[in-house]
Design a protein around this ligand. Structure first.
Ligand SMILES: Nc1ncnc2c1ncn2[C@@H]1O[C@H](COP(=O)(O)OP(=O)(O)OP(=O)(O)O)[C@@H](O)[C@H]1O
Ligand SMILES: [Mg+2]
Length: 140
């Protein structure tokens, strides 16, 4: 599997927030993939990137693909997640007032990533950053 794209994500950088997932969208659009698949990947990439900006630390988002599908990995060195099961619940959020005023904080990002990916893995520990792996298959 070859890495196609990797982008840095800066914590709290709302000016550049979303640029990594935008680049991934552009890369996928040039590949002639199924539109519904691209839509699912873009939702997941965007939600994951925004979580790093809002809740995480500095990090990266990367996309790799081969003949079988697309893999998105997102890491950050932020505060991590204490209770992952709680974070995965619809409506659960720790977003502050500032993020809520920008329209974030519905607590739907992680549930949407689970729903829209074919395989989802999250690894996180309090004070030890967060790692997300999401896979998307070409043929199901
Ligand atoms: N990268 C991260 N680092 C630390 N905490 C995170 C990270 N990603 C998610 N979380 C925690 O998990 C919670 C749920 O995330 P989720 O994306 O589902 O909702 P949200 O970001 O709060 O709101 P929304 O995504 O709907 O705007 C967050 O409020 C935060 O507490
Ligand atoms: Mg979110």
């Amino acid at each position: 599997m070859r890495i196609i794209r990797e982008f840095k994500i800066r914590a709290k950088d709302f000016i550049h927030a979303g640029e990594g997932s935008m680049e991934i969208r552009n890369a996928l659009k040039s590949l002639n993939l199924d539109a519904e698949l691209v839509r699912r990947i873009c939702i997941c990439a965007y939600e994951a990137e925004m979580n790093v900006v809002i809740h995480g630390g500095d990090g990266t988002i990367s996309m790799a693909l081969d003949d079988t599908g697309v893999v998105i990995e997102v890491t950050d060195d932020g505060p991590g997640i204490d209770d992952i099961n709680l974070a995965l619940k619809e409506g659960y959020t720790t977003a502050g007032v500032e993020a809520q005023q920008m329209g974030f904080g519905a607590g739907m990002g992680l549930p949407n990533m689970v729903r829209n990916s074919d395989f989802f893995k999250i690894e996180s520990e309090k004070d030890n950053g967060t790692y997300l792996l999401m896979c998307f298959k070409f043929d199901k």
